[in-house]
Structures are given as C-alpha cells and as structure tokens.
Write a protein that binds this ligand. Structure first.
Ligand code: PTJ
Length: 257
C-alpha cells in the first residue's frame, strides 16, 4: 500500500518531519537497518530538547572537529546506514574538503547488501574510492565483539583521526585504546560514545556536516597549524557535554511558564 505524505512547509517541525521521512525512505531502499529507525527516534528526542538547532557548545565542538581534521595526517570518516541515508551528498563534500581524508563504510548491523547499497549511494555523489568493502583488507579491532570490529587495514586501522558519527560505545572505547583521535556526532550527551570521544558534537548530523565544512573552509584560509593545535588543545569535551545537558534541561524548564 502506498501513502501520500504532505507535510506543510509552515509546520513548526517541518525539517524534523522531512528528515524522518528521509530515514524511512532510506530503510525502504535498503540503506538503513530496521534498528536504525529506533536509533533515529532516540536522536529526535534529544534534538527536540535542544530546540532542533545547533547550540553554542555544539558550535564550539564543531570548531574543534574542523581543526582536528585539518591537523590530522590521515583522517577517516566512518559511514553507517543512518548517516548515508541522511547526508551522503554532504559527506561527499566533507570528504573533498579534508584533503587527506578517506571514507570507510562500517556497519553495526552488517549485511553485504546494505554495504553495497551505501557504496552505490556515495558513488552517486562522485565518491568512488570507498574503504571497508574489500574483505581482503579487513582486519579486526582488538577486544571488540560486534561486527564493527572489522575495519579496513588501509583506513580506520591506520588512521590517526576517526570521525565516527552515530557510533556505538564499544567501538569508540576500542578506538581510544588504539590511540586514535575520535570525533563523534551524537545527540545523546550521556552515551558512552559521547563520553569516550575526544570531540563530541551534540547536534543533529544534518546540521553538523554543513557547519563543519564551513569551518574547515574558513580555517584553511585563515588559520595556521599552531592556531589549529591551540583550538584542539583547549577544547574541553566534558564541559561541552555538561553544557549540552544543561541546555536540554534549563531551556526546556523555562519554556513551561
Ligand atoms: O547502519 P548500522 O548498521 O551501522 O547502524 C547504525 C545505527 C545508528 C543503527 C547504530 O550505530 C546504532 O545502533 O547506534 P546507537 O547505539 O543507537 O547510537 C546512535 C546514537 O546516535 C544515539 O545516541 C542517538 O541518540 C544518536 N542519533 C540518532 N540520530 C542522530 C543521532 N545523533 C545525531 N544526529 C542524528 N540524526
């Protein structure tokens, strides 16, 4: 049965509802795992609490992420089903903005079919050299049980910085044990990933990537290596998480008058 959905552009939560449709479409076309719909719903809940906009602490974290990506020797951007469905085109622009970067498909609920679909989706936007899809190049992250333990020996395994949006906690901890710089995007400031990463952007991935590209382009023109190092060194992840939680609580309480 097909249904027609009309969401008026004047609806106060238009963007959120359209994004929900994008995830549903992504599920129908085989990019997103069924569990990805639940993960998205959890994200929506936190997004509601931050007012569906980029809060100050997220902007600061995005600034630090831009600096970290620019000073890295080999940054790898990890792509899962939700991220591919929501922002493949934006990811291809991010990949092009960070000169030495690579994209790697890394799935929690792995199927070969979904991996191929995600790869084709990225290819639509001109990304042809995608890591993580050649079984011969896969190696295991030590001490990790989930499917995500398989990573590309030419990608995440040898990266100095890994950008892992919407990630699960076990792998973030494992990546930290491997001494990687970990950047994540997670709307839940209390997730194990948020707590373990070096830089956590508590914001919706659909808003983060355009802002991140903007900050990368800005710093490329206006900042030198020591400026970028200073931004990364002075970034306080735990403070950012506390600020995000504070915003979620205080701003919402103030709304009920
Ligand atoms: O495609 P796969 O198989 O790799 O699976 C991807 C999901 C996302 C299903 C998988 O990684 C998963 O189960 O993730 P978790 O453990 O549910 O964590 C996802 C986190 O991302 C949660 O803390 C959500 O609040 C958050 N989140 C969900 N949607 C967004 C988000 N954060 C930022 N932007 C979003 N749009």
């Amino acid at each position: 049965m097909t249904r027609e959905i009309t969401i008026p552009t004047t609806h106060p939560r238009y963007t959120s509802l359209m994004t929900r449709e994008k995830i549903v479409e992504g599920y129908k076309s085989g990019l997103v795992a069924l569990e990805g719909l639940i993960a998205h719903g959890r994200g929506e809940c936190f997004d509601y609490l931050i007012g569906e906009q980029s809060i100050e602490s997220a902007k600061l974290a995005t600034e630090a992420a831009a600096a970290q990506l620019l000073i890295s020797n080999f940054p790898v951007i990890s792509v899962n089903g939700n991220v591919a469905a929501l922002c493949s085109e934006l990811l291809s622009s991010l990949y092009r903005s960070v000169k030495k970067s690579m994209l790697e498909i890394n799935l929690f609920y792995y199927t070969k079919e979904r991996e191929s679909k995600i790869s084709n989706e990225l290819a639509k936007y001109g990304v042809s050299n995608i890591l993580g899809t050649n079984p011969k190049n896969l190696v295991k992250i030590p001490e990790l049980e989930s499917n995500r333990r398989s990573v590309d020996c030419n990608g995440i395994f040898r990266a100095d910085t890994v950008f892992v949006p919407l990630e699960d906690g076990d792998r973030t901890l494992a990546l930290k044990k491997m001494d990687k710089n970990v950047i994540t995007v997670d709307l839940n400031p209390l997730s194990r990933t948020s707590l373990a990463a070096d830089i956590t952007i508590v914001d919706n991935i659909i808003r983060v990537i355009p802002l991140l590209i903007d900050r990368i382009q800005y710093h490329e023109k206006n900042s030198n290596e020591s400026d970028l190092m200073r931004i990364v060194k002075t970034h306080d992840n735990k403070k950012g998480l506390k600020d995000a939680l504070f915003t979620m609580n205080k701003d919402r309480v103030d709304r009920i008058t």
